[in-house]
Design a protein around this ligand. Structure first.
Ligand code: MN
Length: 232
């Protein structure tokens, strides 16, 4: 039996609504600019030729109810409320028409972002790692199983900050639909059980401060809440 030099990191996992087992997470993919109104507020047009992606480390996951520290190296830490897909079956070069069969379920997620660094990285045509792969930057609600809720193509997506509504849209406003995202991404990766895909955020993103309460919801999927902790 192989021994490790030190204890490996704990397996990243997300709760599953109505089940007492966890969904072990393999990878986290994120779609960029998937709502036209958000692309516009970022000063860019949506690319309708193909979606693009970045990724976050699985160690960035946090459960709903967590206190998320305000990370170092930023003065402009932003919320981005998103629908998250949980992949439950292998999908490689899958057609959009078949893609939903690979979805285990759906969750609410926040793609917390060092906006100042993301924009300066973007301006210099550098990768978005410091802007996006931020420690504790991926709080995700319990996964609602597709076998229970179906495959929502429509539903209000809302983010409230200290009881004020900041983001309010509908997941039917996504430029690239859930089947289209899976079909496209599966042309580059052997997607499989444990992969999460953040599907992009609507307009209204904005900065947080220590002490803030963020509450997100997606109709038919679930709810998520986190508080922002002290600056590190
Ligand atoms: Mn995002």
């Amino acid at each position: 039996m192989t021994k490790f030099l030190f204890d490996p990191a704990p397996q990243a996992a997300v709760a599953i609504a109505g089940l007492d087992v966890l969904f072990p997470v393999a990878r986290i993919f994120c779609v960029g600019r998937n709502y036209e109104d958000h692309a516009k507020e970022m000063g860019l047009a949506v690319d309708r030729e193909k979606p693009f992606y970045f990724s976050k480390s699985t160690t960035t996951l946090r459960p709903s109810g967590a206190n998320i520290p305000y990370p170092p190296g930023t003065n402009n830490y932003h919320f981005e409320m998103e629908l998250v897909l949980a992949i439950g079956a292998p999908a490689f070069k899958i057609a959009a028409a078949d893609a939903l069969s690979a979805v285990f379920g759906y969750a609410c997620g926040l793609d917390m972002t060092r906006r100042d660094l993301q924009l300066s990285e973007r301006a210099k045509q550098r990768p978005w790692t410091l802007g996006k792969d931020v420690e504790a930057s991926a709080p995700v609600s319990a996964i609602a199983r597709a076998s229970v809720i179906g495959h929502p193509a429509k539903g209000a997506i809302v983010l409230r900050q200290n009881q004020q509504t900041r983001q309010s849209s509908d997941i039917d406003q996504m430029v690239w639909s859930v089947p289209e995202i899976i079909a496209h991404l599966s042309g580059f990766y052997h997607l499989g059980p444990g992969d999460l895909i953040f599907t992009g955020t609507p307009a209204g993103v904005g900065p947080v401060a220590p002490g803030d309460l963020l509450e997100g919801s997606i109709a038919g999927v679930g709810e998520l809440s986190v508080t922002i902790g002290e600056a590190q």
